[in-house]
Design a protein around this ligand. Sequence first.
Ligand code: USQ
Length: 382
Amino acid sequence: MRVVILGGDGYLGWPTAMRFAAQGHEVWAVDNYFRRTIAQQTASEALMPNPNLAERAALFEATSGKPVQVVIGDCCDYRLLEKLFQEARPEAVIHYAEQPSAPYSMRGFDEARITLNNNLNTTLNVIWAVLEYAPHCHIIKLGTMGEYGTPNIDIEEGWLGVEHNGRRDTFLYPRQAGSLYHTTKVLDTDLLWFYVRTHGLRATDLMQGPVYGLSTEEADQDPRLWPNFHYDDLFGTVVNRFLTQAVAGIPLTVYGRGGQTRGYLNLKDTLQCVELAMLNPVEAGELRILNQFTEQFTVNQLAEKVRQAGNELGLDVQVRSIDNPRKEAEEHYYNPKHHGLLDLGLKPHYMTQEVLMEMLQQVKRYRDRIDEKKVLPRVKWK
Ligand code: USQ
């Protein structure tokens, strides 16, 4: 298939570009290094040095023989997408091109505005590029489980049947996000749903939980192909942070009481999920919403798992609760459905001790590059 990956330099975008190219798809990876730039501006650089996108693509082509076409540019610039969509006529577009950090979006007015502008403008541009230049193209957009928040009822897969005064209808599941970043994803879903209803787009919105890992079949060929791995308080997700803290001898930073529960998944499963969505497109006029995670844990359970894996490797891992910089429920009901992707054929890679130990070994190779100043939270919600 001809597939355009927006945000192709990112933690998920680059591994996806390699995977699809390896499978023989024709791939365009688009990025303006926005995440690299704001990471540098906030002293939140990734653990490993990552070659730039053109260098990565050249390295990957040298090892695999498969090309990834690189486009450096800003998806907020509609002219860039117009030109690309006219040339590529994509059958699928994977939309990752968003500011991905909740804490960054809560840092101040400028970061709030940047997050809102970037995320919504990009989504609107993608929708219009499809409408005008590739009307059959399947939009696969990365949303987040954080759109739902932590309601005190079961979380359905995107939609909720409601009975009211003896009548029944189905609506988008109520959403109440916990950060401005997560709220932009709620707004993205509404935008998509509007254009699906009115213009007959075909779209899949993936409600993904926090991802962990470094390893994919393609990245394992050469550490220079690894995705950007963040352990800082802004761009690092909790498992990647805990693993790095364990290696550096920093007590694992459990925020508050640690009962916060989320649905997690291995990076390898993100690739499977996106591929399954692409290979099983929806009909025109359909918005499919899939909850994308494989298992759920509290923060305390994660810390305990990392502590045990670290101890197996002879690391003395301590766990310490610190003041929660976020405004979120620290003990709550959490029961989200997630059978859509399993029904499509997802084969999960679970968070076993072996998987955690392998990741600890990978991080240990870069022990000297861990900067302790990047670890403690620098942004407070309230
Ligand atoms: N947490 C800690 N200690 C830490 C870091 C995080 O206790 O050192 C807690 C957080 O308070 C939260 C949970 O761990 O309750 C998850 O935090 P996270 O930073 O891993 O995830 P989050 O900020 O929600 O965002 C990440 C990605 C985002 C994606 C989201 C999926 O950065 O792009 O949308 O995961 S979800 O969390 O399901 O909304």
